[in-house]
Write a protein that binds this ligand. Structure first.
Ligand code: EPZ
Length: 420
């Protein structure tokens, strides 16, 4: 198990390029099950989760060739309609195959995802939605087994504006007979990217980018190629790293419009932020101002930036309150930040950060993807040596983060598991 060794105190400076979006790719890859043929995806990040999704599709007979920042998929020979527990327990997004399989092949056997580091991650909205579209669905020994001769368009209202459920039900509805209306749909950029990709495949979707999607089912779709949108959370993480170190960076290959809430928070914390069509520059103040954050569905403050924002606020001048409204308990990074000298207390869904901490390097443990990013950010500001253990969590969603940070002047290196 690899670790990062960080010597804090370097101000980040210079330029970096943001990679393609993990969460867009994880939605678009299963969408290829909806039509037989050849697909080429570009601006694909080099991530473990992408490889995991590739292996899941290969287990279904799909040909997947992962190249340098590109992905070629061939779905001519799909011969299995199952997502076994071995795959799904590694990555919850595996459930995205449910909708396409039922819509295109009339059958799916998909393992229920396990929980994750921060509590239960139910999929009731996925199951209820597929059932409402006419599938018979039963749960059998940890598996969702769904069958349908042909799905039928219906009105679906999502009790929670779930990213995954929106994606899954959208992919089910595009081949249903008749029209489906999904209300309270997620509007995250990754879901909008899926809507646009499905439209390029011949789907008839009205309301792209809004919370009300109207889908006229069609009899068949055709393959299409796509370039992944930039990863807004990688961009936000790099900006947070520059902000905590008093640095000055410019990010290319990003979409500022996908990060409005975070950029507003960074400006209120005293950063000078400028943006262009595909770039963001940030100049950090000597000391950050304390700014509270409450996570919300897009375009609110992203829950996937909550842990990183907390790291920033541990050294900001004054107290701040960080409230997590999307997940039950996404605070596993707190005890580890406290080990670095942060002063954070949690009451239910909110954390109070005292601020003004002098962080001192220590050994800390990654527990999940964004928590590990938070520890890296704190380590960049901590005096002395910080070791972030189990960075396999981080490798799920960041494409060689340590290399990008090193190019920006950070003193960080990866130590392979066997060396320690
Ligand atoms: C997606 O997860 C992202 N993952 C997550 O990013 C992100 O944190 C999340 O959306 C919220 O933005 C991918 O896109 C692969 P949800 P997803 O369904 O779809 C509840 C990362 O760091 N819910 O929008 O699983 C759920 O419990 C990852 O890249 C139900 O109650 O999230 C949660 O409270 C982590 N029933 C809320 O909705 C359901 O059937 C949001 O979950 C489904 C969800």
């Amino acid at each position: 198990m690899d670790k990062f060794v960080i010597h804090g105190g370097s101000r980040l400076h210079g330029r970096a390029t943001v990679g393609g979006s993990k969460n867009a790719a994880l939605a678009l890859m299963p969408a290829t099950l909806l039509a037989s043929g050849n697909y080429t995806f570009s601006n694909i990040p080099d991530l473990k989760d992408i490889k995991t999704m590739g292996r899941l599709l290969e287990s279904m007979g799909v040909d997947v060739a992962i190249g340098a920042r590109a992905l070629r998929i061939n779905t001519f020979r799909v011969n299995s309609f199952e997502a076994p527990y071995e795959h799904v327990k590694k990555m919850r997004a595996s459930i995205y195959v449910l909708g396409p399989l039922v819509a295109r092949y009339g059958y799916a056997k998909v393992s229920l995802p396990g929980g994750c580091a921060w509590g239960p991650r139910p999929v009731n909205l996925h199951i209820e939605g597929i059932r409402k579209l006419g599938a018979t669905v039963r749960i059998d020994r940890g598996y969702i087994i769904a069958k349908a001769r042909r799905l039928k368009g219906r009105k679906l209202n999502l009790a929670v504006s779930s990213v995954g459920a929106t994606g899954n039900l959208l992919m089910a509805a595009v081949l249903a007979r008749g029209t489906t209306v999904i209300t309270n749909a997620a509007r995250e950029p990754e879901i909008v990217a899926l809507e646009k990709f499905l439209t390029r495949m011949g789907a008839r979707i009205h309301g792209t980018g809004t919370a009300r999607l109207e889908i006229e089912g069609v009899d068949a779709l055709h393959p299409a190629d796509e370039t992944m949108i930039p990863d807004r959370i990688e961009a936000g993480t790099l900006l947070a790293a520059a902000a905590i170190t008093g640095g000055r960076i410019r990010l290319g290959g990003c979409r500022p419009s996908h990060l409005r809430s975070l950029l507003t928070h960074l400006k209120r914390a005293g950063c000078t932020v400028e943006t262009g069509g595909d770039w963001i520059s940030l100049k950090a103040p000597a000391t950050l101002r304390a700014v509270g954050a409450t996570t919300g569905i897009y375009p609110g403050f992203p829950t996937d930036m909550q842990a990183q924002w907390m790291a920033l606020m541990t050294v900001a001048r004054g107290p701040s309150r960080i409230t997590e409204t999307i997940y039950f308990d996404r605070f596993k990074h707190v005890p580890e930040l406290v080990r670095l000298g942060a002063d954070v207390t949690i009451e239910q869904e909110a954390a109070t950060v005292r601020g003004g901490a002098t962080l001192v390097g220590a050994k800390v443990m990654s527990t999940d993807l964004r928590a590990s990013a938070s520890l890296v950010i704190a380590g960049l500001a901590a005096a002395g040596r910080t070791e972030v253990l189990r960075v396999y969590h981080l490798d799920r969603g960041y494409d060689h983060l340590e290399k990008k940070l090193r190019l920006l002047g950070a003193r960080i290196r990866r130590v392979a598991g066997r060396e320690y």
